[in-house]
Design a protein around this ligand. Structure first.
Ligand code: XMP
Length: 517
């Protein structure tokens, strides 16, 4: 499918636009604003969207667009800064009026045109700009205005060029998705045919072409990315793939079984589980410092994986099909954030907790073009267990960084029980999609006095850290109902020995991080 190119003018808007385009069942790719017209032409895009950005077109060295791109005859939509870039390039007038518009803004339509077709004449949109388009380029229809912005949207159907001052990609813009689909379907004439079924077929073909008849290994973390990546590769090359799952003893309740039993049953993947609990726990003995814990877990993980790898390599050599490839669940945001380079360096190793830099394998990264929600959709389509596909983010170092204090087997067991209760109750209350994740933390070095049964207790507190977030970069604490919190608290203090207090973390990020360590 021909891509829609989203030209990135800085800030975080481009990713969101690219996601919204895909939600409209159209394939999108993000490109840097210094892309040339010939590079654009080589990509043969169905349309181009110019993103917003933090600059002013008046600043020296503000990002510009190769003007020849507008002469390629490809439909273009400019958003916010991209709208002003268009206005300036096409002979309109952009002024620095000193009047800023920020946040929810009342928009008045003069005429719907193609871009604002089937929309109410008055609506709320999300603005964030200082400069204003005062005069539209010649031959353009002005579609909307606000109290402070005379030209808030324009279009030239003949030139297939469209623009809006506001951010249609932001959910606060009431008709935002409608603006995008009007542009994509009507303005650019694109058929909405991109879906997870296509992605699967396309990726299977690509994987087969890359791998040939060589053997492939994959580290499974229990998380959704590696699970879907491995399932795709397995669908493409079957038993040429071996998956390795390291049980480091820091997993949550039922996770190993989910992978070993349910995931294998759903995919038929050849799986090797490495039992490494004792090794990890003895390496962690006596360690309470969070960074030291993380380093130890990372190091042990690499060693354990390498050991499994060596065994597999020896086995593969015996049947003369060498292992040449390693599957990674790298996602599109990782690729974009690391500059969109060929291989996403350190970040691409993130999923399996860090693999050696001098790895002798070529990477297979079937999720490189996908966002998390698309990965989940593909996982569901591939028939993976719901518990894996909908799993909330869980850190590589596992429960090891959710015990404040030394990590011991007994403390892990206690935390595992408390965590299972929280997950069960959140799911039962239908909160899985609303909450980004809910770390459950054991304050192993803290004790407080309580009264349980007929006597005094002196137990540990458990901290609940439910957060809502878009991308984990920032987060807010989730306002769970008191009834739900009460139920969780009751169950934990009744069912988990040695815990006599449950507390709620009501800190946003920043200043707090999501995890406690
Ligand atoms: P923080 O605690 O930095 O976490 O606000 C942001 C997100 O990253 C996850 N996280 C990790 N994931 N390895 C991972 O794979 C790690 O070492 C790690 N540390 C934090 C955390 O769960 C949250 O989703």
């Amino acid at each position: 499918m021909k891509p829609v190119l989203v030209v990135d003018f800085g800030a975080q808007y481009a990713q969101l636009i690219a996601r919204r385009v895909r939600e409209a069942n159209v394939y999108s790719e993000i490109v840097h604003h210094n892309i040339t017209a010939s590079e654009v032409a080589a990509k043969n895009p169905a349309a181009i969207i110019l993103s917003g950005g933090p600059s002013s077109v008046y600043e020296e060295n503000s990002p510009q667009l190769d003007p020849a791109i507008l002469k390629l005859g490809i439909p273009v939509l400019g958003i916010c800064y991209g709208f002003q870039v268009l206005a300036q390039a096409l002979g309109g007038r952009v002024d620095k009026t000193g009047k800023r518009e920020y946040g929810a803004t009342q928009l008045n339509l003069n005429s719907s045109g193609v871009l604002l077709g089937n929309q109410p004449m008055q609506q709320i949109c999300w603005m964030s700009h200082g400069d204003q388009v005062m005069v539209a380029p010649e031959g353009f229809d002005v579609l909307a205005s606000t109290d402070t912005t005379p030209v808030a949207a324009f279009e030239s159907k003949a030139q297939q060029i469209y623009g809006v001052q506001w951010h249609p990609e932001v959910k606060h813009s009431e008709q935002g998705q409608n603006v995008l689909t009007n542009f994509l379907y009507q303005g650019a004439g694109i058929e909405p045919t991109w879906n997870s079924g296509n992605v699967i077929a396309e990726q299977i073909e690509k994987i087969r072409a890359q791998v040939g008849d060589a053997r492939v290994i994959c580290g499974l973390s229990g998380g959704v990315d590696s699970a879907v990546a491995a399932a795709l590769v397995h669908k493409a090359v079957g038993d040429q793939l071996t998956a390795v799952f390291v049980d480091h003893g820091l997993l949550r309740k039922g996770e190993r079984e989910q992978v070993e039993r349910d995931y294998v049953a759903a995919t038929g993947i050849r799986l090797i589980t490495v039992d490494a609990e004792e090794k990890f726990l003895s390496a962690l003995a006596g360690v309470a410092d969070p960074e030291t814990k993380r380093k130890i877990i990372g190091r042990e993980f690499i060693r354990t994986f390498e050991e499994a790898e060596r065994k597999l390599i020896a086995e593969a050599a015996a049947d003369s099909r060498p292992i040449k490839f390693l599957v990674q669940g790298t996602l599109y945001p990782d690729v974009v954030e690391s500059g969109g380079g060929a291989t996403a360096g350190i970040k691409s190793h993130h999923n399996v907790g860090g693999l050696p830099e001098d790895l002798q394998f070529e990477l297979v990264e079937p999720l490189r073009t996908l966002f998390k929600d698309e990965v989940r959709a593909i996982g569901a389509e591939l028939g993976l267990p719901h518990e894996i596909v909908q799993r909330q983010p869980f850190p590589g170092p596992g429960l090891g960084i959710r015990i404040v204090g030394e990590v011991t087997k007994q403390r892990l067991e206690l935390l595992r029980e408390a965590d299972a209760i929280v997950r069960e109750e959140l799911s039962a209350a239908g909160k899985d999609l609303e909450i980004w994740q809910c770390p459950v933390v054991l304050l192993a070095d803290v004790r407080s006095v309580g009264v349980q049964g007929d006597g005094r207790s002196y137990g540990h507190p458990i901290v609940l850290r439910p957060v809502s977030s878009e991308d984990a970069m920032t987060a807010d604490w989730s306002r769970l109902s008191y009834d739900l919190l009460a139920k969780i608290s009751n169950r934990i203090t009744n069912e988990v020995a040695d815990v006599n207090r449950v507390v709620l973390d009501i800190t946003s990020k920043p200043p707090g991080t999501i995890e406690w360590e």
